[in-house]
Design a protein around this ligand. Sequence first.
Ligand SMILES: Nc1ncnc2c1ncn2[C@@H]1O[C@H](COP(=O)(O)OP(=O)(O)OP(=O)(O)O)[C@@H](O)[C@H]1O
Length: 592
Amino acid sequence: MSAQRSVISIAVFAVVYAAISLVVTNSYYQLIMTLVLVWAVFGLSWNLLSGYTGLISFGHAAFFGIGAYTTALGQIYFDLSPWLLIPVAAVFGGVAGLLIGYPTFRLQGHYFALAMLAYPLAILYVFEWLGFQEVTLPIKRDNPIAYMQFSDPRLYTMLALVMLIGTIVLTRAVERSRFGMALLAIKQNQAAAEAAGIDTLRWKLRAITLSGAIAGALGAFYAVVLLVVTPQSVFGMLVSAQALTVAMFGGVGTVWGPVIGSVILIPLAETLNAEAGSYLPGIQGVIFGLAIICVILLAPEGLFWKVRDIWRRRQLEQTPSQATDVTATATVAQLPLPARRDRPAEQGDVILEVHNLSRAFGGLKAVQDVSFKLRRNEILGIIGPNGAGKTTVFNLLNGFLRPDGGEVLLEGRDMFARKPHELCEAGVARTFQIMRPFQRMSISDNVVVGAYVRAKSDTEARRLAADAISRVGLTPIAGRIAGELSTKELRLMELARALAGQPKILLLDETLAGLGHDEADEVVTVIQRLARDNMTIAIIEHTMQAMVRLVDNFLVLDHGAVLLEGKPEHVTRDVRVIEAYLGKKWVAHAAH
Ligand SMILES: Nc1ncnc2c1ncn2[C@@H]1O[C@H](COP(=O)(O)OP(=O)(O)OP(=O)(O)O)[C@@H](O)[C@H]1O
């Protein structure tokens, strides 16, 4: 959505909501109007962490409750105003986020979700044990405005609306920046994000701090609106569930999802609770449970995405000719396929030096004492039978795996056992055998993620990405979503993402896998052009016909060790290589 459309939709929502709330006179309905906004903000704060990073938190009530008790206790014990306590609660919430996030981000998936559940429950028991079972905020009749105690409930709705708009604007700003790109990349593929130079722990900590700060400020405001705080009402399971439910129902990873979820679910749950709560206790929990079941069955990513997908499909169906045109243009400029370069690669200076690199998995020596050199502007083909250790060598070079021993020097700098984002920053980029696109992002955005490792600003990142996209020939379809692309387009997009960080060396893992003959030729042309433009490349590939045309030298691995290194014409005639890898068919084929 463009920035202008985004501002208009926020403004329209704010005006319509404010107008409705001004005509509602019943104080109970007025309270519901405020609560809709409160839970929408809470959903947005949950979304900032879990929606964008994919790390589901069942414990967001921890931050909310800390904020609520900050106002209640700050007012009772220090006579401070909520106008001051709300920002203080934001700071406490943020710090709590940092303290909780740092140890908990070591866990992944279900383990992370369950660990998060423990925090609010533990704090709940501590507050009960401390005797804060039911804390009532003192009424300040002499100076109600200074203590945010309004006689007209509509003022609370207006304040909540201001908080919501502030949170939406903040979330939009995050979404469009390096921050949001990093979070989305982490969600869609943490390994690919790290390989693209993203320090995932640092960005996740920033997300939980910001998310905790918003939830803390909101909890503080909630305490002022309700005037009573109990451990169950602010740290309880239902509170965390409410954040999760409104966001999941409306749509995760988008600004409008939690707002849609809250506008639909909160009035429903609150009204039913008021009407039937006396003979159906816990009806709110039932409504949220039903909402989650409906979402899982009908729209697993929430209403927003469901409607958007239907809309996109309709548009594509209405303009089928345009859609095929777009695919047709996604071919690399039809240059004649150049013959293998005659440039002597051994004259370039050594850019990567690997000595005795080793890695074992239990008793299996997957890589043993592998040594080789990669010269500037060289294309090195790494070949060998399945399980020879080729991908493991790449994983050791880009930091996915820690070597057991050996030495790795990049332009003379020691790079042994560095983290993926550090190696990416130093100039090592890679693509994957099993492609790792960020599915919901466009080609442009996928590639921008790779550019941030080098770019200082968003504009520079966009420029580097556009340049990389044009180098692989995908400019005409740069706006298309990765989930809609063909294998060849995805391979080229991954290549562009690796290029966008302006690497010194490119590690390409089976870039031609799954491609037809002509498609493989197109990708080979792109790789050849990159090499001509001074890129240094190591490529793993099984398609030997393409490899002999492409590479300057081969490194043959077998059982984790180097079997042979040398020029294609020598390597392909070597008896050991023919026996271990190429086979008799190759000899017969080469003879023709
Ligand atoms: N994370 C791991 N844990 C245990 N064993 C592993 C792991 N990664 C690789 N291996 C083993 O190490 C050996 C080398 O695997 P690797 O994937 O590097 O081979 P490869 O040459 O890339 O094979 P292919 O051509 O099939 O991709 C294999 O026996 C594999 O099963």
